[in-house]
Structure formats: structure tokens, C-alpha cells
Design a protein around this ligand. Structure first.
Ligand code: 2AM
Ligand code: CA
Ligand code: CA
Ligand code: CA
Length: 267
């Protein structure tokens, strides 16, 4: 394992310990609301601090983009860590066991290492650019399913910004009729890990943040899948609008979604 990935794994496991310990006593959680339906707990912050401490000890010169503390470091830093200490906070608060730690490293803007850690199952998803994607010790591949009518898709409902809800629902209506099913587990990072592992054949969501997507995106591309914006362009990390899947399903998703897109979603 590459030393940088190794440090990321160490940080993810430390955050996972904090999350798992706290999950035994969710009745004691103090829940804050950042904005309407956007919740944060002290566990999100403790987990993030633990990650930042481990990364900072080893790589003090690297820049950081983390959900709870924002960005820090030099704008011209070669390396940037993109961190979601707890993806699926709403699930965590409810004791619904579907959440994860997500840590990615970008080198000169290119994703190079990724960890998604499913703390409730102790499942570790990792990837390094050019070296493949792994679930624990085992190599991951995206699914080979090539028919949309046999495909199981993951998605996330709009929850904060409802700018694209009509478009979202129109696409949902069409895909609900054209696919084998859709799942909305509530942790985007873990949904993307499932695409990489071949459990989901595709995924789509609008309005995501970079820390929801960065690690999962590298898992998918290293597992042989494709990731892009709604028209296939590579700008999803900026726009937050993301389509992913095995290559066959990715292409069919783009085709299905295209006629619904508004100008704002084509940017
Ligand atoms: P979070 O738990 O790290 O905030 C995509 O759906 C992402 O949106 C989730 O992975 C989740 O990341 C975030 N999110 C925040 N509030 C949400 C809510 N009320 N419902 C669904 N997702 C939410
Ligand atoms: Ca959040
Ligand atoms: Ca998140
Ligand atoms: Ca989070």
C-alpha cells in the first residue's frame, strides 16, 4: 500500500473508532442544524479533528478541504486532502447503520488516493490511481450488467437546495420505469463505493459537495467504472451534479437524463 494511502487508512480507522463508540449512545447526542435539514453532531467534529491531526502530523504542508472546518493551507499546495469525517450524519443520528468516513487525496488537482470506511461493518474501500480499487483485501470491479432494465441504481433525493427538484423528479419518474430499481441509502460516499464493488450498477445525484464524491469517484474509476457530470463532462467535483456507473450503464444514464436537463444542469 502506498504510504499516503496508508496514512489515510489510519486516519479513517481512527475516525471510525470515534464514530462507533459514539453510536452506542446516540441518545446522548447533541444535534446542531447548519441549515434546514443539514445536521451536525459533536461526533462529526471529533472525527474530523482526529483525521486532521493524523494527516497534519505527517503532511503539514498539504492543503485541506474538510466539511466541518473548511479549507486551509496554501492555494498553490501540490496536495489537497478532501475529507468528509462522517458521510450520512442523518442516518447516524437515527441509528440507521449506513454511514462512512471518506478521505481522498488530490495531487495537482488529480485524485490519487481514496478511502471510504464503512464503520458499522468494518469494511474498508481503498484505491490509488493506476493501482486498482479494493474492498478490504479483495480487488473490486464494477458490475458487468449492461441493460438498464436489469440495473439497480443508487441516488440521493434533493434535501437542501430544491433548485433542480422538478428535473430530478422527472428523471426519477423515467428511471423508476426503466430500471430494476432504485435505492436511496443516504450516504453518497458509500453509494459510490457500492458502484465500485458492483452492488449498484449506477448512481446519480445533484447538489453534492466535493467531500461526498472525491473518494468514491476514484474507487469507481479504479474499479473500471465511469464518473462524470450530467452531460458526461468531468466537472462534477465543481458542479456537484454527478452520474456514475459501469461503462454501459453510465452511457445509458447520460442518454436517459439528457432530454431532461435544464441549462443550469448542463454547465
Ligand atoms: P453528510 O451526512 O456528510 O452531510 C448526499 O445525499 C449527501 O448529502 C449525504 O451523503 C449527506 O452527507 C448530505 N446530507 C446532509 N443533510 C442531508 C439530509 N437531510 N438528507 C440527505 N442527505 C443529507
Ligand atoms: Ca453534513
Ligand atoms: Ca457528506
Ligand atoms: Ca459529513
Amino acid at each position: 500500500m502506498h504510504p499516503m494511502l496508508n496514512i489515510a487508512v489510519k486516519a479513517a480507522r481512527r475516525a471510525g473508532q470515534i464514530i462507533n463508540r459514539a453510536s452506542l449512545d446516540i441518545g446522548q447526542l447533541t444535534v446542531g442544524v447548519k441549515q434546514q435539514a443539514d445536521f451536525v453532531t459533536e461526533v462529526d467534529k471529533l472525527a474530523e479533528n482526529a483525521i486532521l491531526e493524523i494527516l497534519g502530523e505527517t503532511y503539514p504542508e498539504h492543503a485541506i478541504l474538510a466539511e466541518e472546518s473548511g479549507s486551509s493551507g496554501r492555494a498553490d499546495a501540490e496536495y489537497q486532502w478532501i475529507i468528509d469525517p462522517l458521510d450520512g450524519t442523518t442516518n447516524f443520528i437515527h441509528g440507521f447503520p449506513q454511514y462512512a468516513v471518506s478521505i481522498a487525496l488530490a495531487h495537482k488537482g488529480v485524485l490519487s488516493h481514496a478511502v471510504v470506511y464503512d464503520t458499522t461493518r468494518n469494511d474498508l474501500y481503498t484505491a490509488s490511481k493506476g493501482a486498482g480499487a479494493f474492498l478490504n483485501e479483495k480487488r473490486m470491479r464494477v458490475s458487468k450488467r449492461n441493460r438498464l432494465d436489469e440495473a439497480l441504481l443508487g441516488t440521493g433525493f434533493p434535501y437542501r437546495s430544491f433548485a433542480h427538484i422538478d428535473t430530478y423528479l422527472a428523471i426519477f419518474r423515467e428511471l423508476a420505469q426503466k430500471t430494476a430499481g432504485m435505492r436511496r441509502p443516504g450516504s453518497a460516499a458509500l453509494d459510490l463505493a457500492y458502484v465500485a464493488a458492483g452492488r449498484l450498477d449506477g448512481f446519480w445525484e445533484f447538489g453534492l459537495s466535493p467531500w461526498d464524491m472525491a473518494a468514491g469517484a476514484l474507487l469507481i474509476s479504479e474499479a473500471g467504472g465511469l464518473v462524470g457530470g450530467p452531460t458526461g463532462e468531468p466537472t462534477y467535483l465543481d458542479s456537484g451534479n454527478m452520474i456514475a456507473g459501469n461503462p454501459k450503464i453510465f452511457a445509458q444514464l447520460l442518454q436517459t437524463i439528457a432530454p431532461h436537463l435544464t441549462p443550469a444542469l448542463k454547465r
